[in-house]
Structures are given as C-alpha cells and as structure tokens.
Ligand binder design. Structure first.
Ligand code: ADP
Ligand code: MG
Length: 468
C-alpha cells in the first residue's frame, strides 16, 4: 500500500508541469491510488466526469507511471461511490465554513467600527447579502453601469447624483443597486443606507394618507413619519422607479423627497426598466431630476458574459460543469440573466438529487428543450435585421459591399452566433460565406459594441424584436 502511494506521489510530481494547471488541480490531484496489478495501475475517483476528462491525458499519465515503476504500466480510473459521497460531504462542509467565516468577518468589521451596521443590514436597509460587486460579472453590456455604481459607492453624494440605472428585466439592475448599498455599509458604516422598491414607497404613502390622523388628533403625523423615514437616509436606493409613473401623488412625494435629499448632498440611486425620457405620464420637473445626474444603461449581455456568469455560479457552488453545457445554456437563455440563473439552479438541483452527470443531452431533458420549438433561427435573424436596416434579405446574403449592407450583414452575423447554438461553418452557409469571415465579423461587432453605444443600442433593439 505504501508503495502505491509513493509511486503515485512521484507520478504527481512528474505530471505537475505536464498537465494544464486547472485540469491537474481539479481532476488529477483528487485521484486516490488503489492498486497495481498485472502492470495496471488503478486509481479511484469520486467525480464521474474525471474519467471522461482525463481520457486525453491517459498517455501522459501512463508514461509517468512507467518511468517511476521502470516498466510498462497502464493507467486506469475507476469511479467510486463512497469517495463521491465523501467528496460531496467535504464540499458542503467547506461551503458552510466559508459562509461562517464571511459572517464572522462582517461582524468583526462592524463591531470594530462601533456601529450596529449588521443589524441595519438585516432590518431597515433591506439589503440581501447575495448581491455584491464581487459576484457581479462585468462584460461590455454592463461595464459602464458597473463602473459608475462602484464610483458612487466609493464617494456617495459627490459625483453622480442621482445615478439612474436602466435596462430590461433580469439584467442585473437590482444586483448593482444592492451592491452599492453593501459596499457603503461595509466601507462607510456610519452612513444610513436605505433600499426600497418603488412599490413599497407607493404602498407606504397610500397607508400614510389613509391612516392620516392619529389618536392625538395630529392630522399630519403619519405623513410626517412617512417623510422622515425616507429623508433621514444618507443613501437612498430606489428600485423599479418606473412603477410610480402616472401616479400623481406618489410622483409629487418622490419629487419632494428627492429635493430634500439632493439639496442636503445625499446620494440617490434609481433603477428603472426604461430611460427617463420614456416616462410619458410623469411631470417634467421630476423627469429632469432623474436626468440631472448620470444615466447608465445595462444591455443584454453577450454570449461570453453569459458563459462567464454561469462559470462563476458553478464555481461558487462547487459544481463542475462541462464547457459545452455552459455554452449551450448560455445560448438558449439569451435575454435574461434571471432565467439563465433559474435554469442553472434547476439543473444543479436535479443532477445532485438524481446523481446524473450534467451533459448537454441531460440538460435538454431537464429544461424541456425542444429543438423543433426553438424559434430563433439564423434565417429568422437575417429577416429581422434586414427589416431593421431597411434592406433586403438577398442583399445581406449577397456580395453587395455598400457600407449600409455590409454593416447590417455584420450585425446579423454577430446575432446569429450570439442567439443560436449554431457553429461558425453552419452560419457561414446561411450567409454564403466562409466560416473565417463569419468569425471575423462576429469579433468585429463584439469589439465595436464596447465603444459604439449606438451600435450597442441597435443590437439591443433588434434582440428585443427577435425575442418578441
Ligand atoms: P433586474 O433587477 O435588472 O431585473 P436582477 O438584478 O434581479 O435583474 O438580476 C437577476 C439575476 O441575475 C440576479 O440573481 C442577479 O444576481 C443575476 N445577475 C444579473 N446580472 C449579473 C451579472 N452581471 N453577474 C452576475 N449575476 C448577475
Ligand atoms: Mg430588479
């Protein structure tokens, strides 16, 4: 037994520089040497996927084994259920420890600042520990909103006041808004942070008006309480402000709250599903207040960012997911991170309960994906892009090189790659072009979008059109 262990240790030493570091750490290190019989060196794994993943390193490992044993030795991996259970237990334990550590550090920090910030975080500021800057994945679509949110958290009330973040549903507005709150609570615990959903503001106002007079006969008591509650904040974070649109009394109170806080140099951050100029029924004086600081939009994240979000989710939860699966999921859920996350949760729960490996095929079954029902096709995209730029489908597929056509063509190519699960060669056929041309166009648009906000906005509009 000692022998086997020693052999394996020497082999590991040899392999360390030969196998890609992540593969080595994730898949090779956890292997447990088991036996050496008839020139076959057997190791156990508790991770089903290891057998598949290490297939390509088998030769390398056998070579190292042969070198150490000074004879021809073959390498074999066997899946071991007990080891699997033990690994799972360790993972859970590590996660619990990590959470404990996090809370402990948080408490330490707050105690040392002599301020009962933790209590505040759990009660009146309404923040959810889940939403932080460091678990927000940054890509071209949200880079700007992220950067200004960080700036606001660093220096509340100074630079961008109000900050108005807007974008479609499930794209990370609430996440950023709460991350601002957290960051301030952590780093400036003396400041009073208040996060509210606009809906609560409306309900609270309605209740205050309805209750009106109290027992002592003070007619304005409830309203004063209402006003003080919001005007005491140093940082007021208001989520989904679009909900107050057209509610005249709420808009008036919001205006007054805004004026009072803003004049006192307090920070206000709004999120909304649309930009202020799309608030059709809101009085101009409130609209101009929304616009007087900084407007930051969040767009639909590109495929790469969606994949990065999934990768982060998987690593945070210690779940190993193959890249094919990540790419597949990211291409199916292409308009809303909440849905992407939801699908991920369903899949990880299902596979851990039923102990099935997560593969593209099993994922298709779990999410009820039906290829035939999939309605976003390359042809469909070409059609919509052609309509958007007012040119014909034939032009897009032709060799026409006029600037307008070439531009629309590149946009269509970019979207075809982003929104479908098709390969570059397949898309190439649809556009009558080589797959290298398709790869080049995709990359060009992706890069341009980062600096050209008009292009990014066009693409966002087209995606919404496609998803209708
Ligand atoms: P919105 O308020 O815009 O509707 P949310 O902020 O509620 O969207 O985001 C929906 C979900 O997606 C949340 O669980 C959030 O953590 C996650 N999410 C959104 N954008 C990102 C991102 N860039 N990185 C990591 N998670 C994200
Ligand atoms: Mg939200």
């Amino acid at each position: 037994m000692e022998d086997i262990k020693q052999i394996w240790e020497e082999v590991l030493e040899l392999l360390k520089d030969k196998i890609v570091a992540t593969t080595y750490e994730t898949w090779v290190l956890p292997l447990v040497p088991h036996s050496l019989e008839d020139n076959c060196f057997c190791v156990l794994t508790g991770q089903n996927l290891a057998i598949q993943i290490l297939q390509k390193n088998k030769k390398e490992i056998s070579k190292a084994l042969s070198q150490v044993c000074k004879k021809d030795v073959f390498f074999k991996i066997i899946y071991d259920e007990d080891l699997h259970k033990q690994l799972e237990k360790e993972k859970q334990q590590a996660k619990k420890e990590e959470e404990k550590e996090f809370i402990k550090n948080l408490e330490k920090k707050i105690v040392s600042s002599k301020y009962d910030g933790l209590k505040q975080m759990r009660s009146d500021c309404n923040l959810n520990l889940k939403y932080k800057f460091d678990n927000f994945v940054v890509g071209a679509s949200n880079k700007f909103a992220y950067a200004v949110s960080v700036a606001v958290a660093k220096d509340p009330g100074k630079q961008y006041n109000p900050l108005f973040i807007y974008g479609g549903s499930g794209l990370g507005k609430t996440h950023l808004l709460q991350a601002i709150g957290h960051d301030i609570l952590f780093n400036k615990p003396k400041l009073k942070v208040k996060y509210i959903k606009a809906e609560e503001f409306i309900n609270d106002l309605v209740n205050s008006i309805a209750k009106g007079m109290d027992k002592t006969g003070d007619k304005n008591k409830k309203m004063n309480e209402f006003r003080n509650k919001y005007r005491n904040a140093d940082v007021l974070l208001i989520d989904d402000i679009q909900l107050i649109e057209g509610k005249a009394r709420t808009e008036e109170e919001m205006f007054n709250t805004f004026e009072s806080l803003h004049n006192a140099g307090k920070q206000i951050v709004f999120t909304s599903d649309r930009s202020p100029d799309k608030f059709e029924n809101t009085p101009d004086r409130l609209k101009t207040r929304f616009q007087m600081g900084l407007l930051a939009d969040i767009q639909i994240p590109d495929l790469e960012t969606r994949m990065a979000i999934l990768t982060k989710l998987a690593s945070d939860r210690n779940i190993v997911i193959n890249n094919n699966v990540i790419e597949f999921l990211a291409s199916v859920y292409n308009k809303n991170i909440r849905e992407l996350e939801g699908a991920f949760n369903t899949i990880s729960a299902y596979s851990s309960i039923n102990d099935v490996p997560i593969t593209v095929d099993s994922v298709k079954k779990i999410i009820g994906y039906n290829e035939k029902r999939k309605n976003v096709t390359v042809e469909g995209i070409i059609d919509i892009v052609a309509g958007f730029y007012n040119i014909s489908v034939d032009d897009i597929k032709s060799t026409n090189r006029s600037a307008k056509t070439a531009y629309a063509r590149q946009v269509a190519i970019y979207l075809a790659k982003e929104l479908t699960n098709e390969s570059f060669p397949f898309i190439g056929n649809c556009f009558n072009r080589k797959h290298t041309t398709i790869m080049y166009s995709h990359k060009t648009v992706k890069t341009d979008m980062q600096t050209d906000r008009n292009l990014a906005a066009d693409i966002n509009k087209i995606i919404n059109e496609i998803n209708k």
